[in-house]
Design a protein around this ligand. Sequence first.
Ligand SMILES: [Zn+2]
Ligand SMILES: [Zn+2]
Length: 935
Amino acid sequence: MTKKFTGNEIRQTFIDFFVEHGHTAVPSMSLVPGGDSTLLFTNSGMVQFKDVFIGTDKKPYTRAVDSQKCMRVAGKHNDLEDVGRDDTHHTFFEMLGNWSFGDYYKKEAIAWSWQLLTEVWGLPKDKIYATCFEDDKGNVPRDDEAADAWREQPGFNPEHVLFFGRKENFWQMAETGPCGPCSEIHLDRGEEFDNLRGKPHRCGVNGECTRFLELWNNVFIQYNLFDDGRLEPLPQKHVDTGMGFERIVSVLQGVDSNYKTDLFTGSLEVLRSLTGHSEKQMLDNFTPYRVICDHVRSAAFLIADGVVPGNAGRNYVTRMIIRRAARFGSKIGLTEPFLAKVAEAVIRQYGDFYPELKKATPAILDNLTREEIRFARTVEAGTNHLENLLSSLRASSQTTLDGHKAFDLYATYGLPFEISRDIAREQGLDVDEKGFNEAKEKHALASGGGKAMGKLGGEDAEFYAEILKDLQSKKKLGKDGVEYDPYAGTNVEKYSGLEVLALVVNGQLVESANLDDQVEVILPKTGFYLESGGQVDDTGYIRFLTPFPSPSGRGGRGQGEEGEGESWEIEVTSMRRPSAGVIVHVGTVISGQPKVGDSAVAEVDATRRHNIMRNHTATHLLHKALHVVLSDQATQAGSLVAPTYLRFDFNHPEALTPEQLDRIERMVNDAIAADMPVHKESKSLEEAKKEGAMALFGEKYGETVRTISILGSSGSETPMEHEITKYSYELCGGTHLERTSDIGAFLIVSEGSVAANVRRIEAVTGRGAYELIQKRFKTLKRIASVLKTSLDETPQKIESGQNEIAELKKEVANLRAQQALSTFNAQLSSVQAVKDVNVLAAEIANADADTLRMLADKFREKYPKGGVAVLITGATVIAVVTEDLVKRGVKAGDLITGIGGKGGGRPNMAQGSLPNGEASNALTRVVKVVEEKLK
Ligand SMILES: [Zn+2]
Ligand SMILES: [Zn+2]
């Protein structure tokens, strides 16, 4: 192999190659296949185009190329058990493919495969084999069409066409429907890649060892298969190809493991920096490293596609692989949360091609760490319990652990089946998977799960209205339903002793919830803010306080056996209002078993809330500053008030200048320093509007509205229309600070366009602003230390450095030209006489096109008549011909094509390019071409 490609370059050259051949580059479909309920995950490139082949869907293109995200971790295609134990299996992988929908067929597909592999990627022609279909049942004609196409490829050894039967070379989508023969491309990697070297084995294509590797499968869909086994030719023939991305990268990078390709370098380096292992130590114990890299990559892609950790289906898979990765981390001594750090490396590696990763970065990092911490809380108790079970298993001379017991481990300690099985197998034992699944199903039914999963918004309004009615009839809730008061501060006392009125798991009411359950909790009142007006939901915890005192005494619980068994905790991650009067806390049980009737305390994450309030009050100051600095027309078009930053969209026709941004930022900071009081008041909408409160266009308001006014005082440093007046006055349901000084600081992070006439400013405040300043300072300090200068001197130092570089570049160019000139002068002695013509054919190392032209001029100075020169550097070639010879029919452009190049120009001077490695061959042809032209 002449050139080493990076993984990202390999993916891109594949796509570019087929785009050049008329294909449309199609983005990967989601890992969650839309509309295909038979499939847990997208598991091949085919999924996206299935309906096109069946004929129920049509695309605007007939040729496509893509790199498809795939998961094989559950169901029939399940590679999980092999992942980590070898160098080739993954739970997540990419599949490169080119597709023809009734367009080109075998001839083109095979020719392009050959060109890409041998010419673009430089694989050795004599090491490539192609398999074609020959029916072992004798029903389907042999695929001579494909075999002949292979034999026609330039440089392909015709003896390398091999025929195989149905198992290897026939593809069908299902028992009936589209099907056809395929042609696989295999590569002989040589003896050193043979894992069975020296042992007797079937060594060859489709053999037993790792020396011959299948690279690419070209499927030719040409028949329709009927119930009775009848095959009929399809009116439209298709091509469907698939090439495992990780494998081709390992081949082109010349390594013996997918995990040694640059796709995993970043992740492995992060891990190694955490464990402190040397490269050798890592390779000696490679399995944990492989498992972690693979699983974190999968989890990152899954979360980016919206699959967060949970208890059922796809969500269970995400949970399981995260926990499995965490457990393998503990095997190499990692005790602190580390998965997010590995995920950052994954996002760096893949984020450019798969932008969904970049977009979901906070969600990916957050979910990983959260899940990791949750698992850490219970894993020790869980594994201890499992160890006990395994010991008693051995004591009774059994080898397989009851699946129901394994499920108990999951329900109680959050130990996924796959991890229990890992641990059992490490001790030569096993776990009954069927039993586990049975128990899981039973549990889902018992807790009311089943098919009701994932009901959201609108659809379930009735369900919650029923709950409300029921609670009202029992006098547990008043006529307005759940009391909503997020404005009273985050004081815990106020929200203590609340009865758990209802628990909902999987869309069903339950009496109690279990560890790790996603649960919705209804309390008589809540201080958690519910997203509105751009301000995000509060998060926090609901904790067990006491069993709720009940005159009848409930089922023996809490009767003199209070203690550990009773306590529980729910982590609240979001809020929603599924129906009028019903506000639910959405969260996860992180310990114990919450029960309806328990008395609880609900605690808003106060630090987070405080950060949100800083951003919200700052948003109002920003709005004001925009009006002053830009115009009254710069009105709010949308906003997001989060704990870490604020985002403000406003109407404005053009980008803001740096000066405007500067003024806006300064004005907000002045208002912060002025320590203005923030007043909140409820009044009628009419009154508020009359007073000039800013209302948002398109927002619906009730009769009574909440108003936020920020009051200036006469001592204020901020310009004001009146002496004491409302500096800012808005209708707003959000939570706000008492005084503006509490914001601390306000920094604009970015300004840009979101739509026509709509601009967006993102900014940070308080702690966020401090973090940003810290970060910027650190960068500056690093720059200064690299430049070995003080912070203040860095700009001059960089400027002078750039000047120096520019001068050095000039100097290098001069030296190169001089060097080229002296080579050229030496070459002049080798000018050959062809009849009365002086011919120079020379290769000049380390030059560029400009230098070649300069040398060509020198040549013409020396030979104003009767001269021809062909000069080559790298792949660039320049030809010059003196005027007298042009008249005799020698043309510069013809010279370039005559020696095998491409290009053109004037008759007396032309420039072009040569195929790689053709320089010396081309030079030898020059004299002959000149002779021919002179005839
Ligand atoms: Zn072999
Ligand atoms: Zn507001």
